[in-house]
Design a protein around this ligand. Structure first.
Ligand SMILES: Cc1ncc(C[n+]2csc(CCOP(=O)(O)OP(=O)(O)O)c2C)c(N)n1
Length: 642
């Protein structure tokens, strides 16, 4: 290390020691009782009185990261009410349950507060140890999709933010709330600092701030939380300077927090929509993604009030309409005369119109921010298109619409609602039986095959979990998506959907995030884990073992990045050079990876590799029993490619 740098580091430590002495002398008088008690229990701040400053040789040996040795005996506190205690209090008041971090000195003050401040310490938020920043943020991504509210992730200055970049982008693309905090320490390792820390990820964060004072930092954390949960939701980032983490807050107050006002339809729009639904002979409601479990409940309420047939995206992602609700399905007739979309995809709210081959609805309204483009007004002939898009939050629109429906309800309308609800229920039940029979017929092929069919994994898992409170946390499209037909997605968190932006390295950490949510709520999490994806972030297995998370991982081990193998083989084919070398760079063989050993190495129980399909069911039983005890488990299954 250059001499000048050493001098800077040394000055920093000496300055710290001086501040410590001054701080200890000026023990603040304004400490609330709980904090005073915590202060007694907590170890001294880094610069406890009497600690010798490190020598230049020590600093050089430890890459500039040395700390003075802890003093023996009762410690004197340099800073009685560190700024970072207040930051933790803000997070606690907001209800942030977890904060994932891979340690970094730029947030050492905040980390110390998370683990020591309050009674009990290290709760709300609890520190979750991450082995990589990308995983820390993807945990928050999975948690956010399972709950609808943000989990926090702490990132080391610059390099930590860079490690996290893909997962921030992915959560942003997936419109998932996450509260990110990056440490900044201008005086320590310059390479880990930046004038504008958030600049690196600004184009894919929803909001960011780099506050100049402790007071501003507290306000920024509250604002970041609000922005994250205000639709369209997304990750937000607050840069927290080390000085503000360590400064003496004295009698500074926690600023009052006002929850965000999320806007839904106005009263005129609510009236129109309620009228549209009640005037229609055959109304349809297409539910895309809602924000929270409460929104899902309200969608059920609205469906039952108006007797609409419903479509759901519960099998594609979180927070939608329960798949086997009696109103969910095509209904008694698919000639819909009014369709209401709630953050729905375009195709689900298509209008009858000239030139359209799928004749879905005569009239349509879609509420939401997502990619829907209703057919423009006008046209001629039968059922000219009259769709409208309302760019407000769908979930916040449900209450006013429900109120309006109640207001406009008449006995005649009520009778119609009952009649059509009964017809829809019968038709939907019939449609479900047919679809299931067809799916089972198709999936019979290859039942006894080895490598094991992915359909068999989902089929044999279902009876073991159907009476549990479960969450399928991993994307299922690479393992055949058999949950769509074989499982019943009846809860907002039954299935958390895809990666968000197709980024690999998602399944396992997102499952850990979902398992954090599950642990606090008595659920279990199922992670059907593709092998390529796991190898981007295998360290999260340790996090699951360390925090004893109820996560069952079933390896869909096709020993390849099979998606890419298919692409490369295709390329070989179209260029006429034969597919026999397509495995180069696309397969995970020679040696094959032993995932049971990998799990074991990280302290997680497991078994496999299983190649004999008749052994699968018993293994799954052991796995489910393990996660029900709160112990994560991994089963390595050698599978068909897809
Ligand atoms: C970060 C990242 N790198 C590379 C890719 C390209 N990619 C798309 S699918 C895929 C293969 C994933 O393999 P695996 O998870 O085992 O699933 P499989 O294709 O075998 O079903 C890869 C590498 C990507 N999507 N994301």
């Amino acid at each position: 290390m250059a001499k000048s740098k050493l001098a800077v580091n040394r000055r920093r430590f000496l300055k710290g020691a001086a501040t410590a002495a001054a701080g200890a002398a000026a023990l603040a008088t304004h400490i609330p009782a709980a904090e005073a008690e915590a202060a007694q229990r907590a170890p001294a701040d880094a610069q406890a009185g009497g600690a010798p400053a490190p020598t230049p040789a020590q600093i050089e040996r430890d890459g500039g990261n040395v700390r003075p040795p802890a003093t023996a005996g009762p410690a004197q506190r340099a800073v009685v009410r560190p700024g970072s205690d207040l930051m933790v209090q803000v997070l606690r008041d907001l209800g942030v349950e977890y904060i994932a971090a891979n340690p970094g000195s730029s947030f050492e003050g905040l980390q110390e507060s998370v683990i020591n401040y309050g009674n009990p310490p290290n709760r709300m938020p609890e520190l979750i140890t991450a082995l990589h920043e990308e995983s820390a943020v993807t945990m928050a991504h999975g948690y956010g999709k399972a709950t609808g509210v943000p989990m926090a992730a702490l990132l080391h200055g610059t390099i930590g933010v860079q490690h996290a970049a893909m997962s921030i982008y992915q959560a942003y693309y997936d419109r998932t709330p996450a509260l990110l905090i990056a440490g900044r320490d201008l005086g320590f390792i310059q390479a880990h600092s930046a004038n504008d820390m958030a600049g690196m990820v600004r184009s894919f964060t929803k909001w960011d701030a780099q506050p100049k004072t402790l007071g501003e930092t507290l306000v920024a954390l509250q604002r970041a939380y609000n922005e994250a949960i205000t639709p369209p939701m997304g990750p937000t980032l607050v840069v927290v300077d080390i000085e503000h983490q360590k400064e003496e807050a004295r009698d500074m107050k926690i600023p009052a927090h006002t929850p965000p006002r999320i806007t839904g339809v106005d009263s005129t729009q609510a009236k129109d929509i309620a009228k549209g639904l009640l005037d229609a002979q055959n109304p349809r409601i297409a539910v895309g993604r809602l924000r929270t479990p409460e929104g899902v409940k309200q969608a059920v309420q609205l469906a039952e009030l108006v007797g609409a047939s419903m479509s759901t995206s519960a099998t594609q992602g979180p927070m939608s309409f329960p798949q086997r609700h009696s109103l969910c399905g095509p209904g008694a007739s698919t000639a819909y005369d009014y369709t209401l979309g709630l953050e729905a995809e375009g195709a689900q709210v298509s209008l009858i119109g000239p030139g359209l081959s799928t004749l879905l609805s005569r009239d349509a309204t879609n509420i939401g921010f997502g990619g829907i483009a209703p057919t423009p007004a006008g046209g001629s002939g039968r059922g000219a298109a009259r769709g409208r898009a309302i760019e407000v939050d769908a979930e916040a629109s449900l209450s006013p619409i429900i109120e309006e429906v109640r207001r406009q309800m008449t006995p005649d309308r009520q009778r119609l609602v009952h009649e059509r609800s009964a017809k829809h229920a019968t038709a939907n039940q019939q449609a479900r039986i047919e679809a299931l029979t067809q799916a089972l017929e198709q999936k019979k092929g290859g039942w006894d095959a080895s490598p094991i069919s992915t359909a068999r994994i989902y089929a044999e898992l279902w009876p073991l979990i159907m009476n549990e409170d479960w969450c399928l946390s991993s994307p299922s499209s690479f393992s055949g998506g058999h949950n769509t037909q074989l499982w019943d997605h009846n809860k907002p968190y039954s299935y958390l959907g895809g990666q968000g932006a197709g980024g690999m390295g998602y399944g396992a950490p997102a499952s850990v995030g979902a398992a954090l949510a599950a642990k606090a709520r008595g659920r279990i999490v199922i992670n059907v884990q593709t092998d390529g994806d796991l190898n981007y972030a295998p360290g999260v297995l340790w996090t699951a073992a360390h925090h004893q998370l109820p996560m069952l991982t079933i390896m869909h081990n096709n020993r390849a990045w099979h998606q890419e193998l298919m692409f490369v083989e295709y390329m070989c084919g179209v260029r006429g050079r034969g597919g026999d070398r397509g495995h180069i760079g696309t397969t995970l063989r020679d040696p094959s990876i032993d995932y049971r050993m990998m799990a074991g190495g990280y302290g997680m129980a497991g078994e496999g590799p299983i190649t004999d399909p008749s052994k699968l069911s018993a293994a799954l039983k052991r796995g489910v029993a393990s996660v029900k005890r709160g112990e994560p488990y991994l089963i390595d299954v050698i599978t068909q490619p897809r």
